[in-house]
Design a protein around this ligand. Structure first.
Ligand SMILES: Nc1ncnc2c1ncn2[C@@H]1O[C@H](COP(=O)(O)OP(=O)(O)O)[C@@H](O)[C@H]1O
Ligand SMILES: [Mg+2]
Length: 212
């Protein structure tokens, strides 16, 4: 799939911009502060429903305006789809083609994207948890099953931890504790084998890159 066209209105430094992208590599070149990252931010918003450099949607609105509009058209398997996200009075409204998407998180993963920016140097220098989160996010985009496995795993961890808290130390010797843990071990091994499977194509690519 690829993003064909992006329209930003009253978004960051853009009053209005309409960009067409090619299928393949696209390069944005410009002076510092010219708005390259703002374009990436618009794309990221369409894929992930939120900004990556700030927590507030309001920050994306052009200074002295009160709303923004972002529209992206992507092609997948020769089919064109359009996602729009508008923001006004503190609220975002999204559409996929002409259908209103009431649950914003339903949009996540339609426009498949991976952001790699300067902060992501942490992926190499930071603790493993950061790498795991990045991998989980990326793998979830390529496999719905992986996302489901991951969500289930986290659900069981949460249940187990709150049960442990409620019952205090008494549980630690009990059989319930064992049941949770057996379930977690099983789910965890499933996750690991999915990771290995999903990684295989990437391993092939890295092998060829490092053999030259
Ligand atoms: N909400 C906003 N409204 C208008 N301009 C903004 C807003 N947020 C950031 N900017 C402007 O966007 C510019 C930075 O754009 P950015 O995409 O980070 O540049 P770069 O090309 O270096 O990646 C700055 O000039 C900044 O003033
Ligand atoms: Mg930048």
């Amino acid at each position: 799939m690829y993003l064909k066209r992006l329209i930003l209105k009253q978004f960051r430094n853009y009053q209005e911009i309409d960009i067409s992208f090619k299928d393949g590599n696209n390069l944005l070149i410009g002076e510092n502060g010219q708005g390259k990252s703002n374009i990436l931010e618009g794309i990221y918003l369409l894929g992930m429903t939120k900004a990556f450099r700030s927590v507030l949607d309001q920050d994306l609105v052009q200074f002295s305006k009160d709303s923004f509009f972002v529209k992206g058209t992507y092609e997948e398997s020769e089919m064109e789809s359009t996602i729009t996200i508008g923001y006004q009075q503190g609220k975002k409204q999204a559409h996929l083609n002409d259908t209103r998407i009431t649950k914003l998180s339903d949009l996540i993963g339609l426009l498949k994207l991976v952001l790699f920016s300067q902060g992501d140097i942490q992926l190499i220098t930071g603790p493993p948890a950061i790498r795991r989160k990045f991998l989980d996010m990326t793998l979830s985009l390529s496999s719905k099953r992986y996302l489901e496995q991951l969500q289930n795993y986290h659900k069981v961890v949460k249940q187990r931890n709150s049960a442990l808290k409620k019952m205090g130390g008494a549980l630690s010797q009990g059989y319930l504790y064992k049941i949770w843990d057996e379930q977690l071990i099983e789910m965890g091994s499933d996750l690991i084998s999915s990771r290995i499977q999903l990684f295989e194509p990437m391993n092939e690519i890295t092998k060829s890159l490092f053999s030259t």
